[in-house]
Design a protein. Structure first.
Length: 122
């Protein structure tokens, strides 16, 4: 059996990203932390960890992995994350009836807020 243990996001400003993701996901950080890596985990212990790796690179490549965050009240969760510093990403090919909203954290790492009720219908 295999399961997702951590989802790793490369970041430039570790402190800013830790602040964003702990608030956005209601996660807590591991007490011991290095200068270039932080491991965040759910307060209740259920679900995957979110690992932030401060690894700068001269060239940025399109994201090859992102988080889908399932929300009971999608509109409220989108507003909350925007209030924390996220921005909405507009995509011309997004269907008008999409059950997701594309967002980016303060460094541009993308994630989706998915309407949990509609996601379970498919």
């Amino acid at each position: 059996m295999i399961r997702v243990g951590s989802i790793v996001i490369r970041v430039d400003d570790l402190e800013r990203e830790v602040a964003f993701w702990t608030a956005a996901l209601d996660y807590v950080g591991r007490e011991e932390r290095g200068d270039d890596f932080a491991l965040l985990h759910p307060k209740d212990g259920l679900g995957p960890n979110n690992a932030l790796d401060a690894h700068g690179a001269a060239a940025r490549v399109p994201p090859r992995i992102h988080l889908d965050l399932y929300a009971e009240d999608q509109a409220a969760e989108v507003r909350r994350r925007i209030g924390l510093g996220a921005t909405e990403v507009h995509w011309d090919r997004r269907p008008a009836d999409a059950d997701y909203v594309i967002l980016a954290d303060p460094e541009g790492n993308r994630f989706c807020a998915v309407d949990a009720g509609r996601a379970q219908e498919t």
